[in-house]
Ligand binder design. Sequence first.
Ligand code: 4NP
Length: 164
Amino acid sequence: MTENKRYRLLFVCLGNICRSPAAQGIFQATVDRHGMTDDFYIDSAGTYSGHRGDLPDRRMRRAASARGYELTHRARPVSSLDFEDFDLVIAMDDSNFSDLMHLAPSVEASRKIKRMADYFSDHSLDYVPDPYYMGQDGFELVLDLLEDSCENLFASIVRAEDRP
Ligand code: 4NP
């Protein structure tokens, strides 16, 4: 399923119903906008399995839709097998990062794990905060952070490929 894609990215948060499906949708839109849809396989997953099969949280779907992103992902738990299928596994916060480091089956696999905050332009925050218990502002903040970091992440991938 993913083998014929040049780049394979997995976004990971806790529940896989707020931050990582939003990152997936925004990154997909970024790739589409740059005319590189066929080059990327993009997915998301959660370190907690309790929302398995659920659509993204209604508040996140509404906030994302207002910016033109329709989020239709169904939540699933991350698995150690994901380290075989993906080139980059991108954590939304330090807790996700630490959980992924424990899940990685090898040192080589652990090198695929990145933090979304590594791609922020503005470094006053160093993680994507969990909006689940926040108000509407929390969802807007998450979308602002993800729009910025998705653009920078995309540029960093394409730049690396351009290097001789
Ligand atoms: P997410 O937000 O990790 O951005 O999907 C959360 C969603 C649900 C829960 C926690 C965080 N929860 O505990 O149910």
